[in-house]
Design a protein around this ligand. Structure first.
Ligand SMILES: NC(=O)c1ccc[n+]([C@@H]2O[C@H](COP(=O)([O-])OP(=O)(O)OC[C@H]3O[C@@H](n4cnc5c(N)ncnc54)[C@H](OP(=O)(O)O)[C@@H]3O)[C@@H](O)[C@H]2O)c1
Length: 303
């Protein structure tokens, strides 16, 4: 049976991949307790020991603002690690699935970005992810390089959980209204990954499917619109909050300065993957209720 090794198995996407990937083969999960991924010799030794047919890398250095001060730390995980995985895949004829981000683009375009657009990141995190993308392509390995955006899940830290906590503890708050993107459920990313791998594993010319794809929910919203939707849905689900969506104020990014500059337009065109793999990617609102109910059931979401 084919062997799949999953790195970053405790992250938002990694956790959902633990659910979707076992359908495809023998899944071996690797979290920090097994290998510190900044130790590249340990990573190489682990790959030689496990000999995977498919490597799925959901691990990342995702602290966008911290990366401005610790760019080398971000590069270690987002680029040097990825180079080791890609070179192993190239030499051993394995497939590599790796995730990247809307933050590889500068967001100056008025249109959704396509896979043909050239990366031009605004911040250190985006630079490290763009370098990781380059390492995958330069290795020549068979790959799925999946760019996603604005991930949420009931697990880990994300915008949806922050908004629910603010709405439960404050009577009003402000959210940025001049950055747009597609809120994307970690479970959607995991399901699409499994569907694409299934197609690849059952294709006679699977190399033709190797490439970069945008894996985001359809449609888009600003952070402000997304926050209002989250709160209104939480209210209709009966979650006890201190305010409603009408108590959320729209502000511009310039009123909410952060260490790392964010792109204004984070929209990614997802038509390439829909066409190449014959799949339908639903609107971003589709999975929100489900995750909101999961978050609201957690005792600690307000802390
Ligand atoms: N989150 C977003 O909004 C977003 C947006 C666009 C693209 N992406 C991309 O999507 C992918 C998945 O993101 P995510 O949100 O699921 O990430 P996440 O929740 O932050 O998970 C990242 C995982 O990487 C692991 N990791 C980091 N450094 C490690 C190390 N030195 N050794 C071992 N494990 C290490 C973490 O382990 P610990 O749990 O032990 O810390 C964590 O489980 C990433 O490639 C990310 O860049 C995410």
């Amino acid at each position: 049976m084919r062997k799949i090794v999953l790195f970053g198995s405790n992250g938002q996407v990694g956790w959902e991949l633990q659910r979707s990937l076992p359908l495809l083969g023998n899944l071996v999960v690797c979290d920090r307790s097994k290998v510190d991924l900044s130790d590249l010799d340990a990573v190489s030794a682990y790959l030689r020991q496990e000999r995977p047919d498919i490597i799925v890398n959901a691990a990342a250095y995702n602290a966008v603002d911290l990366a401005e001060s610790f760019e080398e730390d971000a590069q270690k995980i987002n680029c040097y690690l990825v180079k080791v995985l890609a070179e192993y895949a190239a030499v051993n004829n394995a497939w590599l699935v790796h995730y990247s981000t809307d933050y590889v683009f500068n967001g100056e375009s008025n249109l959704p970005y396509t896979e043909a657009d050239a990366p031009n990141p605004l911040n250190a995190y985006g630079r490290s992810k763009a370098q990781g993308e380059h390492a995958v392509v330069a290795s020549g390995c068979n790959h799925l390089l999946l760019r996603t955006s604005w991930i949420y899940s009931a697990r880990g830290r994300n915008f949806a959980k922050t908004i629910l906590r603010l709405a439960a503890t404050k009577t009003s708050f402000s959210v940025v209204d001049d950055q747009t993107g597609a809120p994307t459920s970690a479970s959607l990313v995991a399901d699409i990954t499994a569907l694409c791998l299934y197609r690849i594993l059952n294709s006679t010319n699977s190399e033709n499917l190797s490439g970069t794809y945008h894996v985001v929910a359809s449609g888009y919203a600003s952070w402000y619109e997304y926050a209002r939707y989250l709160v209104s849905e939480a209210v209709s689900l009966g979650v006890h909050l201190n305010c409603t969506e009408h108590d959320i104020r729209a502000v511009s990014g310039s009123e909410y300065p952060t260490k790392a500059i964010r792109p204004k337009n984070s929209r990614l065109d997802n038509s390439k993957i829909q066409n190449a793999f014959n799949i339908n990617i639903p609107d971003w609102k589709i999975y929100i209720n489900r995750t909101l109910s999961d978050i609201a059931r957690q005792d600690d979401y307000v802390s």
